[in-house]
Design a protein around this ligand. Structure first.
Ligand SMILES: CC(C)(COP(=O)(O)OP(=O)(O)OC[C@H]1O[C@@H](n2cnc3c(N)ncnc32)[C@H](O)[C@@H]1OP(=O)(O)O)[C@@H](O)C(=O)NCCC(=O)NCCS
Length: 157
């Protein structure tokens, strides 16, 4: 892999917004007719500006050797759940790699950084949600130790 992974700063919020915009368009935008694909452009700057400052969140960017942002990962520690008092869950909220840089280990490097951060933050479980039709993402996550746990089913009504 010829990329470096760094913590995003307030100055790099526009790069997070751009990568999240690409993710919404490619993933949810093609799989969920109700997804608001304009959300990152409209709300992303404020959302990520808050996240990069929080201790319970992880905002990572991957940069190519040429210095351009080629991927991102957002992680969070879920609020305590009284129904699962002993679980501390690190949530992998968002992950994307630029198409031109896929299959070179960039997402693997981002995810390893996420696992290390989640462990350091006290998490004893990691969780991620993917669209059921996103086979490459599900294949990627399975290869990194995730296995299906719950299943959400939708019906049009
Ligand atoms: C999923 C994604 C983040 C992977 O990024 P990447 O940088 O190409 O991933 P890496 O190069 O680190 O690793 C690729 C791994 O995924 C595996 N993979 C890719 N497509 C797969 C598929 N259809 N089925 C099974 N495994 C697959 C590869 O075999 C490889 O695994 P290996 O290293 O064990 O051989 C990238 O494809 C992406 O950004 N997709 C669009 C956005 C998206 O779907 N994000 C996830 C939303 S939940």
């Amino acid at each position: 892999m010829n990329a470096v992974v760094v913590r995003a700063t307030p100055e790099s919020v526009p790069q997070l917004v751009a990568s999240a915009t690409g993710l919404f368009a490619e993933d949810g935008g093609r799989r969920d007719p109700y997804l608001d694909v304009a959300w990152p452009r409209r709300e992303g700057a404020a959302y990520f500006a808050d996240l990069v400052r929080r201790d319970d969140s992880l905002c990572l960017l991957a940069f190519s050797a040429a210095g351009s942002a080629i991927g991102h990962l957002i992680g969070r520690i879920r609020r305590p759940d009284p129904l699962r008092p002993d679980a501390v869950v690190g949530v992998l909220e968002s992950l994307r790699v630029d198409p031109a840089h896929r299959e070179t280990g960039v997402a693997t490097a981002l995810t390893e950084e996420f696992f290390a951060w989640a462990r350091k933050s006290g998490a004893n479980q990691a969780s991620v949600t993917a669209y059921a039709t996103n086979e490459s993402a599900i294949g990627f996550y399975r290869g990194r130790g995730f296995a299906p746990f719950e299943l959400t089913l939708h019906a049009p009504i």
